[in-house]
Design a protein around this ligand. Sequence first.
Ligand code: DGL
Length: 245
Amino acid sequence: MKIGIFDSGVGGLTILKELIRKNKYHEYIYIGDTKNLPYGNSTIENLKKYSDTIINYFIKKRCDLVIIACGTISSNLSNYLKEKHKIKIIDIITPTIDYIVNKNYKNIGLIATNMTIQSNKIASSLTKHNINVITNPAPKLVDLIEKNLMNKKESIKILKEYLAPFQNKNLDLLILGCTHYPIIKKQISSLIKTQLYDMAYPISSLIEDGAILKVQLYFTKLNNDILKNVINILNCKYKIEELKL
Ligand code: DGL
């Protein structure tokens, strides 16, 4: 199967990594739209434009399936994109909601981008199931992760502030509602004791097994920080190039 997978940057690689770990060996075309990053501080109008362009590219490349490996696009535009494009599309928020409502959780934290929190998609779905949800946006994290700055003292201070509303709240789970955040799971776990939920967990059960792995990575703007992140995240063979869309 040929699968198109996209995000604003390197975050979606956490989804791809999990698919590969679960032996979902397929031909993957990954697009990180780093030219337009961060999506989480953008507008619905712009996000529609970016994701339409990327999905049209996947259709042109004859992909069989598209995975929206971005919490921001999944929570704001999954219905719009699924209705508009004639290709099978999987978002990462629907499986997250399904996974959580099927457990006996009572008290959930959600840290995500501005646009994901504003969409209210996760919180409103969980509240309907009598789950209490505490949310906090973390608008600076994506940039810091993309620029490899999360080892700096100032970045840890910012992260600590973002995590403060979740401390000592007896949470069953803290949802990492942006696919960039699992990249800094170690830093997050060192600051908060709560169990962390990575949106990659339920995705592999939605994809059938395959036999041959081929990974082509495209970034709409490629630089050394991206290359460094890719090396740290993925440990498979891949080709990487800049793509003008
Ligand atoms: N990885 C994207 C997400 O899951 C990041 C969005 C952004 O670029 O702000 O929301």
